[in-house]
Each structure stands twice: as structure tokens, then as C-alpha cells.
Design a protein around this ligand. Sequence first.
Ligand SMILES: Cc1cc2nc3c(=O)[nH]c(=O)nc-3n(C[C@H](O)[C@H](O)[C@H](O)COP(=O)(O)OP(=O)(O)OC[C@H]3O[C@@H](n4cnc5c(N)ncnc54)[C@H](O)[C@@H]3O)c2cc1C
Ligand code: SF4
Length: 612
Amino acid sequence: MHEVFRQALKTLQNRSHLPPQVNAVRWSSSDAPVPRITTHYTVHPRDKDLRWEGVEMERFADEADVVIVGGGPAGLSAAIRLKQLANAQEKELRVCLVEKASQIGAHTLSGACLEPSALNELIPDWKEKGAPLNTPVTEDRFAILTEKYRIPVPILPGLPMNNHGNYIVRLGHFVRWLGEQAEELGVEMYPGYAASEVLFHEDGSVKGIATNDVGIAKDGSPKDVFERGMELHAKVTIFGEGCHGHLAKQLYKHFNLRENCQPQTYAIGLKELWVIDEKKWKPGRVDHSVGWPLNRNTYGGSFLYHLNEGEPMVALGLVVGLDYSNPYLSPFREFQRWKHHPSVAPTLEGGSRIAYGARALNEGGFQSLPKLTFPGGLLIGCSPGFMNVPKIKGTHTAMKSGMLAAEAIFAKVTDESLQSETAGVHVPEYEQSLKKSWIWKELYAVRNIRPSFHNYFGLYGGMFYTGVFYWIFRGKEPWTLKHSGKDADQLKPAKDCTPIEYPKPDGKISFDLLSSVALSGTNHEGDQPPHLTLMDDSIPVAKNLAIYDGPEQRFCPAGVYEYVPLETGEGMRLQINAQNCVHCKTCDIKDPSQNINWVVPEGSGGPAYNGM
Ligand SMILES: Cc1cc2nc3c(=O)[nH]c(=O)nc-3n(C[C@H](O)[C@H](O)[C@H](O)COP(=O)(O)OP(=O)(O)OC[C@H]3O[C@@H](n4cnc5c(N)ncnc54)[C@H](O)[C@@H]3O)c2cc1C
Ligand code: SF4
């Protein structure tokens, strides 16, 4: 190629150094000039980019027996069970676990009220081993909130909200403890390494994963410190990325795993930790509510748990179903408003907020479970979605699914008489044993509760259904209700909706977004391509802003998306403040254009939660 032409092309590709109005490219579907936003190689491949010419792209590869993606309750339980079995039978088994957080538990966010059933099976002597389950539930309350009142609802025995025998935990601390148990058993742990890519054998089976490359500049060009990620190959790769996994999303498409199930549906959960006045502290109390500030057609509810962690601490949060239809709704501001309810605010008055965060959770339940296995790999935990929605609990099912996967894998890879037809070992036995387990029974029994809220009376119709059908039939009714479709399709155009007037935060009970995000400890290297990638940079303004009045500005709980005026003064552009991202995945789920693809950022970027 002629040198002058090459230089000209290079200058063009480097245009993202220039101000946005100059940095306009004609690559959108409409062919209208739009500011360049996405510079990530998953959208603009490097093999067509001259700036990458001659850069060493070879990756170092390592072999393990089992590779686990994600150090959450599911991944760690799988790791622990695999090594327990191998050690008991004196078999060599190399188990490697990669976790995108810099420390195990630092990306974990949950309620959390833990049902200890799976833990009792996995580590029966967890008390002696010092598991941080410090707060047995002593009091369990449920209520419907109106704007001014709290109407108590009795929790009948057998209803999913019953928490007798459970523990209130800081899930991040529990996960950290699970990590220590795994390490002691000989699991190789790699915190700070995100799996960015699924690798395949020539026969199409999964070969393992690659960790992410580091040292890429914001404009997508290689920095001097560029380092290629590493390949981890395995007989079986376990995907335990939690709700709406980035690699799981690719696997669904690649192996068509969702062809026989309903779409997954989700909620966003926002959470804070507070240290409160000791006189108001009731260690062991569990408070749940539905109703205000959400209207009857918006599914959701609150939690307020009194922890016994050496200081008067409470964990509180609001969960909002992502099937809401009003694009003006802001889950963050609903949460801030909820704290002012007359039954909540007195607990917080005089206290101080010490942590904030958010995370999506699955709500599809039984109907939305995909096929779980494919040659060379399988899915565990909240990645496929073993969440029991009416209980708001998924930790015990996530752990159990990891254990069942481990048992099936161990049996298969250590039995020389069992030959695999593919290079990556297929373990369909996992799905079979899962269907015989208590997870299946539990999720089947509650399958109709969440979809029953799709009725004219909304919340009240759903509660009536739960009271009558669940309490009497325990899920044995001979029908299965359907969800109303994908959450991304539920938003109505802004012109058909009423803007919501939210009260200003008072700085004592309620707070603004940026001071909240600061409490998540989230951090990303600034000079890297935004990991919130857009398939088409023109769609945010042309569709999301034009039709839905920019809902990503409101559903993102970290202020990542902002529409700002173009420097020319004509029109708007989307600004992505990727450093703020707390990895909740809501944008990838709720974007009405399905144009946002969350990919793993560099290194150990993301929140730095301490026991969320
Ligand atoms: C607000 C809220 C309240 C909840 N309340 C409760 C409750 O009270 N009780 C209860 O039992 N459950 C509760 N849950 C659900 C519970 O938190 C989940 O069911 C549980 O955490 C699922 O475990 P998991 O291991 O499948 O996923 P996760 O806990 O999400 O763990 C997945 C891990 O994988 C890592 N990861 C993801 N992608 C990659 C990648 N590509 N490479 C490397 N690492 C990766 C993540 O950083 C994370 O550490 C709640 C959830 C939320 C959001
Ligand atoms: S950018 Fe997306 S994943 Fe990140 S915090 Fe916002 S909504 Fe969540």
C-alpha cells in the first residue's frame, strides 16, 4: 500500500482523538454523520485496522481439566465440589477459576438472606470453619406500602417469603470465605482476570476461554504496554458468570440454547449499607415490602435486613422488575424515594450510608431456563437463571447447581470407559441430575407466581394468585403461565407516558447519583475503549432519544449514559462515562434497541464492594 495512503487512513482511524463533531463517521445504517462512540475491537475488528499491523497477537495457552468462569457462589461451589471429590479419590484434577473482580467477592452484590440448604450439603462443618453467617433470622415481616401507611401481611407457613432458619449475610464476605475454602482444597484462583472470549475446537466444541487483552487506548489503538490475554483450555469449561453473563449470551446464540424456553426476564436491584443508631437496631429482623413507591403495574419490592456484624448495620434495597413500561421511570430515584417512607425513614435518621451498588437479577424462573449443556461446557447458577423470584433467593440454587455440575463432570472426566465424541467433553448428565434435584422441584412450584402479576390488577392480582393457588396447590396447578416477552420490548414511547417528578434528594436519607456511585468504589482505567459497546453509534440519538427520551439515562444506576449537546450546537450526542459502570448489566437487558453490548473491561475494573 502506498505510504501516503496508509498515513491518510491512519489519520482517519485516529479521529477519536478529535472533538466529537469532527470525529464524525459515515458508518451508520442511515449514513448520517454521527460522532464516533464505540472503538472496541469486538465491534471494529483489529485485523482490518492498520494501527494493529505487526502487533504480536499470539497468546500463551495453558491446559487444565476444568476451567470455571466466575467466582460467585455457583462457580466456587463447583470448584470446591470438584476438588473435594478429586482429593477423596486421590485423583489429579487441575481446576482453574477466573474472576473479573480484583478480589473474590468484590463484584458480588446481593440482599442477602441466605438459605443454608446447599451450604449444609457442601461444607457441613461450615460453623467450625468460620463461615461468616453471623445473623440467624429472628423476625420476619412483610407489608404492603401505600404512600403514607404500612399494611402488615401475615407470612403463612410454607409461603416463599418465610425466612425461618435462614441467615442474613454480607454475600461478598461469604463468597470471599468460599474462595478461601476453594484455595485450601487446591483450586487455582485467578482474581482480576476476566474471560473475554469463548474458544472452540475445530469440531465446534468449547475448548476453553481467553482472558482479556490489556493495554488498548481509548481510541482502540494498541498502547506500548499492550499485552495479549491468555488462553485457558479445559476438558470442560463451566460458565458461572451470574445474571446475564457476557459469554453466556454468545453461547445461547452459538448453540441455540434458548430455542425451547421463554425469554429470560429480569429486575434491577439497588442496595445500600447503613450504620444506624444502635437503639433502632434489631439484629436478625427481615423486612420485605411491595407497593409504594412503585405503582401496581410495576413489579418490585424492598428489603431491609438488620445485620449482626459487630456494629449496628442494616442492608436495604429496592428491586424493580425490568418489564416496566414508562421510560421516565428511574429505578435509582424510586429507591431514594422509598427510603423516605414513614415506616423506613425513622430507622435511617441519624445513621450514615457506607456503601451503594446495583446488580440485575433473573426473574424468568422455570419457564426461562435454557438448555444447560453443550459439547465442552455447561452453565450454572444465575447465568442460566436458577433464581427463586418470590423468595428473592438464588444463592442456594446457584450453589447446588455448581455442585451438581461438578459431580457430573468429575464422574465423566475420571471414567476412562466414558469416551467423549467431541474434543471438548459434553456432560448432559448434569442437566439430568439437575432435573431430579430439589432445585427443579422448587422452581417448578413457584413458576406461576411472577407471571401472575401480568394482569389488569397488577400487584394485587398477583398477590391474590399467590394466596389462592400457591398456598393451596403449591404449584401443582396443571398450567404454566407465560411471561409477557423480553424486557427490552416493554417500554412505551415517551409521548404516551407521563414524566415522573422525583423529589430532590435531601442529602441525609436520599442522595444524588454521583455521590452514590462514589460509594461503590468502582474504577476503570480511563484510557481504554468503553466496554459499553454500541452495535450502531447512530441508534442512541435516532431511536432511544427520539422515541423513548433517552431511557438509558434513567435505568443505568451509575450515570454512565448522558445525552449532551453536540459541540456544533445542533442536536445531541450520547456520552458514555464507562468508568462509572458497576457491572449490573441493566443496559444490555433493557436497551429498547438492543444495541448495547456489555463486554468485559480491562483487568480488574469494576466495583470494589466490601461485603455487598
Ligand atoms: C439486589 C439483590 C438481592 C438479592 N437477594 C438475595 C437474597 O436475599 N438471597 C439469595 O439467596 N439470593 C439473593 N439474590 C440473588 C443472589 O445474589 C444470586 O442468586 C447469586 O449471587 C448467584 O450466584 P452466581 O454465582 O450464579 O452469580 P454471581 O453471584 O453474580 O457471581 C458471578 C461471578 O462471576 C464473575 N464474572 C462474570 N462474568 C465474568 C467473566 N466473563 N470473567 C470472569 N468473571 C466473571 C462476576 O464478577 C461474579 O463474581 C439477590 C440478588 C440481587 C441482585
Ligand atoms: S453501564 Fe450498564 S452495566 Fe454499567 S452500571 Fe450502567 S446499566 Fe449497569
